[in-house]
Ligand binder design. Structure first.
Ligand SMILES: [Fe+2]
Length: 318
């Protein structure tokens, strides 16, 4: 059986670079997910972020979560729940403008550690985009530029906890979806598992690994690569024991970035021609907000319909 791809980034610096680039390429083409070790982010910093995230959950989020469970009767459910997730979350925005100082309930040391962590993640995201460019035959900086718009990329973090669940067979930690954005960097709990991706029709575990960063590809990279790389369905299975921490950071296009298949990807994938739409990223996000847990293909079709309306309108006025 194929094993989940783990990339040792230190091997990019020596004689094993070619082999490592091939592993990344294979992971992007066949998994949509991979796990990075030796990524250069301090393990001490990761330990601090983990400890403070778990403290913050206990201090500020746990009571609220338990009240929500009780008020909605989730722990007494008798049949499957399909319109909710068993998760406790909050969001931070870093780019284009940080809102971290405005988030209530964060201790100063937590704010400071998160700020430091996301600066490292942003650099790692940009490094990865260039590695992907290299594998795709795109010029260095192509993906970063494609995401830039007029104000630079959008970068944010969803901090989640998946508390122990008495009925994991009836409610998901997080229902199956693909991620809307560009590239996603996840710092996940190294003890409590639960994240799964769909591969060849089967759900496969993303193995917890201490100090690793899990990477996955969002819908925007599928569009820009004209389907060479695909965003992959994933979900979180709630666990009966243990509280799962998940810190997912999304390196996404700027809201006014125009997203479309890279011309060279269309040429290379000539037999398929351009099968993906061209649109403004914020329009995609408006659509996604209402249909996150539905299949992605109708989203692409809906954006194509918008594109043709726009084109028709501009022709009509000529
Ligand atoms: Fe996701």
């Amino acid at each position: 059986m194929e094993t989940f791809p783990v990339i040792d980034m230190e091997r990019l610096n020596g004689g094993e670079r070619g082999e490592t680039m091939d592993l990344i390429k294979d992971a992007c083409e066949n998994w949509g997910f991979f796990e990075l070790v030796n990524h250069g982010i301090s393990h001490d910093l990761m330990d601090t972020v983990e400890k403070l995230t778990k403290n913050h959950y206990r201090k500020c989020m746990e009571k609220r979560f338990k009240e929500m469970v009780e008020s909605r009767g989730l722990d007494a459910a008798q049949s499957e729940i399909n319109d909710m997730d068993w998760e406790s979350t909050f969001f931070l925005r870093h780019l284009p403008v940080s809102n971290i100082s405005e988030i209530p309930d964060l201790d100063e040391d937590y704010r400071k550690a998160m700020k430091e962590f996301v600066v490292d993640l942003e650099k790692l995201a940009e490094q990865l985009l260039d590695l992907l460019c290299e594998n795709l035959g795109l010029e260095k900086g192509y993906l970063k530029n494609a995401f830039y718009g007029s104000k630079g990329p959008t970068f944010g973090t969803k901090v989640s906890n998946y508390p122990p669940c008495p009925k994991p067979e009836l409610i998901k930690g997080l229902r199956a979806h693909t991620d809307a954005g560009g590239i996603i960097l996840l710092f996940q709990d190294d003890k409590v598992s639960g994240l799964q991706l769909l591969k060849d029709g089967k759900w496969v575990d993303v193995p917890p690994m201490r100090h690793s960063i899990v990477i996955n590809i969002g819908d925007q990279l599928e569009v820009i690569t004209n389907g060479k790389y695909k965003s992959v369905l994933h979900r979180v299975i709630a666990q009966p024991d243990g509280n799962r921490m998940s810190i997912a950071s999304f390196y996404n296009p700027g809201s006014n970035a125009v997203i479309y298949p890279a011309p060279t990807m269309v040429e290379k994938e000539a037999e398929k021609s351009q099968v993906y739409p061209k649109y403004v990223f914020e329009d995609y996000m408006k659509l996604y907000a209402g249909v996150k847990f539905l299949a992605k293909e109708p989203r692409f079709e809906a954006m194509k319909a918008v594109e043709s309306t726009v084109n028709l309108a501009s022709i009509a006025t000529v």
